[in-house]
Design a protein. Structure first.
Length: 320
């Protein structure tokens, strides 16, 4: 019995947008036998993931596998193929049925979910194709998979500061329930919905910007927050233009029954801390004028600190 392991990945830039798929076929000893990456036109991330799955199944069958282990970083697709999640979308139902039929030709098959970092080679293929590179074919024995396109490091760029006009444009959060997340960010905090993509994603902002916060369930529908000790986002910091605007936000939180996890004066700013419904940390703050920031004794940098914030004093801003 010949067993092959196939890592699969699919992705779209825009969701829907230009999409590509990648598969890496490995032998029983873990050696890479084949890498393939293909464009699939315009598609959503989930459609791309299913098409990557189908290509992986096809390549394993072409190589005469009797037993197939599929590996992917889309928890949604993995659990749908296992039968743990229902497939509600009509397009995905067709692709799901096609995948299950194709898997029926193997004596044994399994599918497991891994983190994206553990699926890096298939992810690399997707991005290479989307960047316009040709990818495909068998890997010659001993050749390995290398990247010869990276420029030689000169070290000079490390001496140059980043352009002062650069800022953080938006944060994109993985959420378990899109409606619940929108109720918090729009209903409680007051952000405005700019676009919604069914039950998969939404984009919200202040002042009509295309989006300051993206919310998606592409890899996290029904999921739970990461356990303590995990790496990742510490919090999203939302800056308010004035102290009075921050006071209004505090009142909104109180009216909605949202509990704070902290409230601090940092010298340069005053901040409120809380968690969103998915357990993501959120900081709401306003910056004091720059000429009021505490400085180091030599006048360079800043000398931030953490002191308790007077919440009643902040709310008093609304009475002025």
């Amino acid at each position: 019995m010949r067993k092959l392991t196939v890592n699969v990945d699919g992705g779209a830039r825009g969701n829907p947008g230009p999409a590509a798929i990648g598969v890496v076929v490995r032998g029983e000893g873990g050696e890479v036998l084949e890498e393939r990456g293909e464009r699939i036109g315009t598609a959503t991330n989930n459609v791309a993931e299913y098409k990557a799955l189908l290509l992986g199944i096809e390549r394993a069958a072409a190589r005469g596998a009797d037993e197939l282990e599929l590996v992917g970083d889309s928890e949604l697709i993995v659990k749908q193929v296992r039968g743990e999640y229902k497939v509600k979308d009509a397009t995905l139902r067709e692709l799901h049925a096609e995948a299950k039929r194709a898997l029926g030709d193997f004596e044994r098959w399994s599918i497991r979910h891994v983190r994206r970092a553990e699926n890096a080679e298939a992810d690399r293929l997707v991005n290479q194709v989307l960047d316009g590179e040709e990818v495909g074919g068998a890997v010659e024995p001993g050749s390995g998979a290398t990247d010869d396109t990276a420029p030689e490091p000169s070290g000079q760029s490390r001496d140059q500061p980043i352009d002062p006009g650069v800022d953080i444009g938006h944060v994109h959060l993985k959420v378990a329930d899109l409606d619940r997340a929108l109720d918090f960010y729009c209903g409680v905090l007051g952000f405005e919905l700019q676009q919604r993509l069914g039950d998969e994603a939404a984009f919200v902002s202040a002042g009509g910007y295309h989006h300051h916060i993206g919310l998606n369930t592409w890899q996290s529908r029904g999921g739970s927050p990461p356990p303590p000790g995990s790496t990742g986002l510490f919090h999203t910091a939302i800056r308010y233009p004035t102290r009075r605007a921050l006071a209004a936000a505090l009142r909104r939180l109180g009216d909605a029954g949202i509990r704070l996890t902290g409230a601090s004066d940092h010298g340069v700013s005053e901040a409120l801390y809380l968690d969103d419904p998915d357990g993501n940390g959120v900081e709401l703050y306003w910056d004091r004028p720059k000429d009021e920031w505490p400085r180091q004794p030599d006048g360079q940098g800043v000398a931030m600190f953490t002191a308790p914030l007077d919440l009643q004093g902040l709310l008093d801003e609304l009475d002025g």
